[in-house]
Design a protein around this ligand. Structure first.
Ligand SMILES: NC(=O)c1ccc[n+]([C@@H]2O[C@H](COP(=O)([O-])OP(=O)(O)OC[C@H]3O[C@@H](n4cnc5c(N)ncnc54)[C@H](O)[C@@H]3O)[C@@H](O)[C@H]2O)c1
Length: 349
């Protein structure tokens, strides 16, 4: 398995392969870029079919964190880690302690947090071996409310650009996923006058939204083809793909899910269909801002302001995309690279 020639390598600073024989730990920690500060990104536990697939995922995710934090104006670089294994069987305190020692060996170049299949209780065990953790229950706590607020504000920026409106009255929104982020996001939209159409595999969440937010509950696959203004993916990744783009009538895609585009090509396809897409890592940055507030000792006011800045960052991206006729995802990547290049230039000035 080659690393430097890997298609997702993208100038990563450091990639650490971790193995602990006693606990069966197999993990990869990827540090993409520390220009803006120490790298921060969650640890994902996933039963990857092969270590090659784990490597591809961790490289792609850590690069994403570099861009996300840079555009959110955080003093953080990008990194990510994956632990390879089945979440139902592999977890043990010893495994998380072994992992914590690997994180600690990087002396703060990588700060870890929760991600898929990693709970705050797991991170608490990692924290027994290293101080380089964020998002612990005792400190910043659950980032979801900030992610929901940022997603709502980002949606407002999109609505302003696409429909010229400063409020959501009369805007019809299809929300996919009513979990920790999706439900709070739905509440903000409802309070702002939007009409909601919701779906979730969790029927109780749907019923609650119907009762409390006057939402119309629709089927899992029905969510794409609705006659709505906004499609808000707040559950799964890769829901913007060849199949769903044949169905989506919404003129805005704005939601909290990570990795919404199935491929980079869909960035262009969405634009060609006249849909305004709020790049996922920009609109859902409320979570990393929240976690950073703990890692970088940011005040509550500073944290809230950075979440509110998501509106302005998207405003810049949408304006530039329209002026240059280029997709929003491409513009976001470019802006992130500009932020990092400026910092590098300052350093060498
Ligand atoms: N929590 C955060 O702060 C945060 C930050 C950044 C990005 N995100 C992303 O936002 C998304 C939601 O995160 P969350 O924390 O709310 O997760 P969550 O697990 O609390 O909620 C996800 C919801 O989606 C539902 N769901 C699963 N499969 C579905 C399907 N096929 N159709 C419809 N609904 C389905 C689940 O039942 C659940 O209610 C994820 O993609 C996550 O990676 C979350």
């Amino acid at each position: 398995m080659s690393l430097f020639e890997h298609k997702e390598f993208d100038q990563h600073e450091q990639v650490v392969f971790c193995h602990d024989k006693q606990t069966g730990l197999k993990a990869i920690i990827a540090i993409h870029d520390t220009t803006m500060g120490p790298s921060l990104g969650g640890t994902r536990l996933w039963n990857y079919p092969s270590s090659a697939e784990a490597l591809t995922d961790v490289l792609r995710l850590s690069r994403g964190m570099t861009y996300k934090s840079a555009l959110a104006g955080l003093p953080l670089g990008g990194g990510k880690a994956v632990i390879i294994g089945d979440a139902k069987t592999i977890k043990s305190p010893e495994l998380f302690r072994a992992y914590g020692r690997f994180v600690n060996s990087l002396s703060g170049r990588y700060i870890t947090a929760e991600d898929v299949n990693i709970r705050t209780s797991d991170i608490a065990i990692v924290a027994e071996e290293t101080k380089f953790v964020a998002g612990t229950a005792e400190k910043a706590g659950d980032p979801s409310p900030h992610t929901a607020l940022g997603t709502y504000l980002g949606l407002k920026a999109a609505v302003k650009h696409q429909f010229g409106k400063d409020h959501l009255t009369g805007i019809r929104i299809a929300i996919q996923g009513l979990g920790a982020v999706g439900y709070d996001f739905a509440e903000y939209c409802h309070k702002d006058g939007a009409a909601l159409f919701v779906t979730d595999i969790n029927q109780a969440a749907c019923e609650r939204a119907a009762q409390e937010l006057n939402a119309t509950v629709v089927g899992l696959d029905e969510i794409y083809g609705l006659d709505v203004d906004v499609y808000a993916p707040c559950a799964l990744g890769a829901t913007i793909n060849d199949d769903t783009l044949k169905l989506i009538k919404a003129k805005i895609i704005a939601g909290s899910a990570n990795n919404q585009l199935a491929t980079q090509a869909h960035d262009h396809m969405v634009m060609d269909l006249g849909i305004l897409y709020a790049p996922d890592y920009v609109i859902n940055a409320g979570g990393v801002i929240h976690v950073c507030s703990e890692a970088a000792n940011m005040s509550r006011t500073e944290t809230d302001q950075k979440v509110r800045d998501i509106y302005h960052t998207l405003d810049i991206i949408f304006t530039r995309s329209k002026a240059e006729g280029r997709p929003t995802g491409q513009i976001a990547d470019e802006l992130a690279r500009e932020v990092i290049a400026k910092k590098k230039a300052e350093r060498f000035a």
